[in-house]
Design a protein around this ligand. Structure first.
Ligand code: CAA
Length: 241
């Protein structure tokens, strides 16, 4: 049995591509999802990858999920923090719920997940924690004070935890995707995408979820053991950090 990899938000969008790529690379993959039972069940039927429902923003529920995965399969060895949401609005229209929902799902989730797997990784002397941040956490974006703050926070979390775990065989890295052809990006008004975003992407197209998944597979591999605390940009040249 391959190493156990947990992908949050692993049944749709980038997460789906990550789950499939890790499975194809020989990992024993489990996919977390938040609420879309229909999408999760069809993903499970189609791929054979088990799915675990829980809100990654809730520490206790995450703890129960990680314990169940351990009971069913074993300790998580590769954690991919992918689950993320947007609530795009300029700050003058944003309410507290828009802020809290995005910070909890996109940033507090890294604590909730990592804290619940770190003891087993330390005991095993091996682990991979890979978080999907965003180009917009590096450069900012109109309408995304909440999202940009959460994704910038993911990068700081990654660097701090990488320092703590470097001597324990655990690497911690972030990937910062640009605009990838998923439902999240398709929700951006077409006129905004066409006029204000795509012209800024030198490669001239949206990215493919599989292009992010291949970065994850590399960072998860033994070959990437010397890479920790890094942020890998995959944004078509939109922003060069
Ligand atoms: N840059 C500069 N100005 C912008 C702008 C931008 N990107 N977007 C809108 N504006 C301007 C509009 O042209 C308009 O100008 P005027 O008032 O002069 O006409 C004004 O801002 C609109 O301001 P409002 O306060 O009325 O804004 P709104 O309520 O219409 O909200 C928005 C606009 C919902 C934020 C919309 O602009 C939007 O969806 N923008 C896209 C945000 C984005 O890129 N989200 C990324 C989602 S995908 C993702 O997050 C994945 C990832 O990691 C990359």
């Amino acid at each position: 049995m391959g190493r156990i990899a947990l992908v949050t938000g692993g049944t749709r969008g980038i997460g789906r591509a990550v789950s499939l790529a890790l499975r194809d690379a020989g990992y024993t993959v489990v996919a977390n999802y938040a609420g879309n039972d229909e999408a999760a069940n069809s993903f499970k039927d189609e791929t054979g990858i088990p799915v675990y429902k829980c809100d990654v923003g809730d520490f206790d529920t995450v703890g129960a999920m990680v314990a169940k995965i351990k009971e069913d399969l074993g300790a998580v060895e590769v954690l991919v923090n992918n689950a993320g949401i947007t609530r795009d609005k300029p700050l003058h229209k944003m309410d507290k719920n828009d802020w809290d929902a995005v910070i909890n799902t996109n940033l507090s989730s890294l604590f909730n997940l990592s804290r619940n797997v770190i003891d087993d990784m330390r005991a095993a002397g091996f682990g991979r924690i890979i978080s999907i941040s965003s180009v917009n956490g590096q450069k900012g974006q109109f309408g995304q004070t909440n999202y940009a703050a959460s994704k910038a926070g993911d990068i700081g979390f990654t660097k701090a935890l990488a320092l703590e775990t470097a001597s324990k065989g655990i690497t911690v890295n972030a990937i910062t995707p640009g605009y990838i052809g998923t439902e999240m990006v398709r929700a951006v008004p077409k006129e905004v995408l066409d006029a204000k975003i795509l012209p800024l992407v030198p490669v001239g197209r949206l990215g493919e979820p599989e292009e992010i998944a291949r970065c994850v597979v590399f960072l998860a591999s033994d070959d990437a053991g010397f890479i920790t605390g890094s942020t890998i940009s995959a944004n078509g040249g939109l922003y060069m950090a």
